[in-house]
Design a protein around this ligand. Structure first.
Ligand code: FAD
Length: 159
């Protein structure tokens, strides 16, 4: 199926009992393996027991991947926040940029008057502010993230 419609999908979800902190490594490994062949890039944030993820890529691939992610038992109440056609990706360099720092989200939320991170409450404006902040944010130890074309990501977990 040909698909020229580059799209960005952002969703919120809530962790379940099937999720434990060590699962994030497994999820990022899946991203690193599965997303590049689908030409999917994006970011993932976990805060306050909520996931916030952005997927960018050909619309048909985003749809398929979202359906797989949707039925994952490690989270529930998966809710699309925004799906739009885009010209430029925010996270073109990342098969999945995992943002661990809660500081980025806190700063944006403070600016917009939101008390604590709850992605279900994001309006379109704040959602895009947040995505821009996550795009610009640099973790101190970025090699731990699922960066496109870099092999050092698993150094941290292999030890
Ligand atoms: P399998 O690993 O065999 O998984 C089979 C099914 O079991 C999966 O569909 C999943 O629902 C479930 N599952 C897997 N591991 C566990 C576990 N430890 N506990 C409970 N259920 C489990 N995958 C990507 O490829 N790209 C992404 O961008 C991506 N983002 C994700 C974001 C979140 C918040 C979560 C929770 C998962 C994400 N995943 C992502 C993982 C995705 O849901 C699938 O697990 C993954 O694609 C592998 O699925 P699979 O069917 O190939 O294989």
């Amino acid at each position: 199926m040909t698909d020229l419609h580059l799209s960005r999908l952002s969703y919120a979800s809530t962790i379940t009992e099937a999720y434990s902190p060590m699962e994030i490594g497994n999820i990022l490994e899946d991203c690193r393996t599965n997303n590049p062949p689908l030409d999917v890039t994006g970011m993932l944030f976990l805060g306050n027991g909520y996931f916030f993820q952005c997927l960018e890529g050909p619309r048909s691939h985003i749809n398929k991947l979202y359906m797989d992610i949707y039925s994952d038992a490690r989270h529930k109440d998966v809710q699309i926040l925004e799906l739009k056609e885009i010209n430029i990706r925010y996270f073109s360099e990342w098969s999945m940029k995992y943002v661990r720092s809660t500081h980025v989200a806190d700063t944006v939320l403070k600016e917009t008057g939101m008390r604590s991170f709850n992605p279900y409450e994001l309006d379109g404006y704040t959602l895009n502010l947040l995505l821009e902040a996550f795009r610009n944010h640099q973790e101190h130890d970025e090699p731990h993230q699922a960066e496109k074309g870099k092999s050092s990501f698993w150094g941290m977990f292999k030890k």
